[in-house]
Design a binder for this molecule. Structure first.
Ligand SMILES: [Zn+2]
Length: 104
């Protein structure tokens, strides 16, 4: 992860994204009457598609002006590591999660 990952602003942004993704997860679980892992796989696929779209916008001929240069394999490895670290962490969540999450 990038060097400013421990700043309070980054933690706040992470908490906001966590809350939004959790809301999407709960909505998809309820609307589709799906199993939790099916919804989680759809979310992971959606994140992969976002990566592809953002990376494509940084490659020729589109070349975003921010200067980021996608490195697909190392970027995807970083994303996989972030997912595993968060998923396997036993740290208490920063959100007040309902005990019924994952049970439609
Ligand atoms: Zn950019």
């Amino acid at each position: 992860m990038h060097e400013n990952a421990d700043t309070a602003a980054d933690r706040d942004n992470g908490d906001i994204l966590h809350q939004r993704v959790l809301t999407l997860f709960c909505e998809a679980l309820e609307v589709n009457q799906s199993q939790p892992m099916d919804v989680l796989e759809h979310l992971a696929t959606a994140l992969g598609k976002v990566y592809r779209e953002v990376a494509d916008s940084h490659l020729p001929p589109r070349n975003c002006v921010c200067g980021w240069e996608p490195a697909e394999y190392s970027d995807v490895h970083s994303l996989q590591f972030a997912l595993a670290r968060a998923a396997l962490s036993r740290d208490a969540s920063s959100l007040a999660l309902s005990p019924v999450i994952g049970h439609a």
